[in-house]
Design a protein around this ligand. Sequence first.
Ligand SMILES: Nc1ncnc2c1ncn2[C@@H]1O[C@H](COP(=O)(O)OP(=O)(O)OP(=O)(O)O)[C@@H](O)[C@H]1O
Ligand SMILES: [Mg+2]
Length: 420
Amino acid sequence: MSKSISGHPTSLGPVTAGPSPALVRRAKTRTTPAAPPTETERFTPSPARAAVADPTPLALRFDLKPKQVKAHLDRFVIGQVEAKKVLSVALCDHFNHVRRCLEGQSVPHYQKQNVLLMGPTGVGKTHLIRSAAELIGVPFVKADATKFSETGYVGADVDDLVRDLIRRSNGDLKRAGLGIIYLDEVDKLATQDGNGRDVSGKGVQTNLLKLMEDADVPVLSPNDITGQVQGAMAVARGGAPSSDTINTRHILFIVSGAFAGLADLIRSRLARESSLRPTTTPEAPSEGLIYEHALTTDFITYGFEPEFIGRLPVRVACHGLSEKNLYEVLRRSESSLIHQYVRAFDAYGIRLNFKADGLHRIAHLASTENTGARGLMTICERIFRDLKFELPSTDVRELEVTRELVDYPARVLARLCSKT
Ligand SMILES: Nc1ncnc2c1ncn2[C@@H]1O[C@H](COP(=O)(O)OP(=O)(O)OP(=O)(O)O)[C@@H](O)[C@H]1O
Ligand SMILES: [Mg+2]
């Protein structure tokens, strides 16, 4: 199976623009394999591809089961079992619902299952969503909630997220309307003191409400200079500015954040509740499981508007990565950093060979960084910096990544250079 730069498979066809991966597996008779998508096509299959591959390109041929989605996520994301399960079910429910709607079936009283993902930095929140979007083949945009402002005049307007989906879909409004919007750092939108003093965060929450449910967003932004220029050019040509809109009914919103301090709120509520019921002595939840006890009231105390948090019914926590998890991230994940380093040295004809003791040592050092899997990159950059600079100009053709190299890269480099 060919892989994209991120290490993700590129041969998993987009669902909206052709047979789903499941269908592809069944359709053994395909004679001319499709060319692998380019980097920009990964989330945004071209209309031309769609026209050839699928006579009804706008129908969503989603037929994945939750276990298939999880199996795909397992290839890239280590641990986070609960998050993967919850996400797989939510994604399947959502896209099955969208498929039914697009097929013209009546789907009464459906409530959208937008997702809230909690967890510390670098534990795979974005990686999960990106991998899932890639599998499903829908356009995907990611943004930090902190870049938005209430008015959109200073900072971006939340509607821009939807317009970004259109860009990701090469202007195809129908495809954009089936996308996933991933909003990170959403915990920063919580009001600071419960008195609503953080007006901007509250305003952004309010602006997101309609968007997360069912809103028509103008394709051209009234605040954006490009939108204004395009509108003016249309008028100059004798026409009217585009009044096209895109509806957000089928766009799935996934928000995430570290939610620092939420665990303390949950813990004190649980303690209060148990003191009111002295006959029961429930065990205090462990640190890793505390978020599973989060109630809507906790998020409201944290600083969210009830209407905002109410539109995020699917809530799940990602846990911190242990040293063992980090070792597995290196050794087992298909998007492991070690592939990147192997490729970097391979470009100079040097074979990089990671040994188990070296991987364990990197995982150990990364775990002390407290930045999740991001720590792996920090450690690797430190180890390989001089080696990457010096070795390409030597006759060295093989480099073993052992514990000694991880701890004393300069010593190993000097030894290698003295031999050539
Ligand atoms: N559980 C994991 N399994 C495999 N790789 C992981 C995992 N967690 C993180 N990574 C790696 O670390 C990188 C950073 O992870 P990611 O962007 O998902 O972090 P995050 O949880 O979204 O953090 P932040 O809150 O800082 O945005 C990913 O690109 C991926 O390579
Ligand atoms: Mg992230």
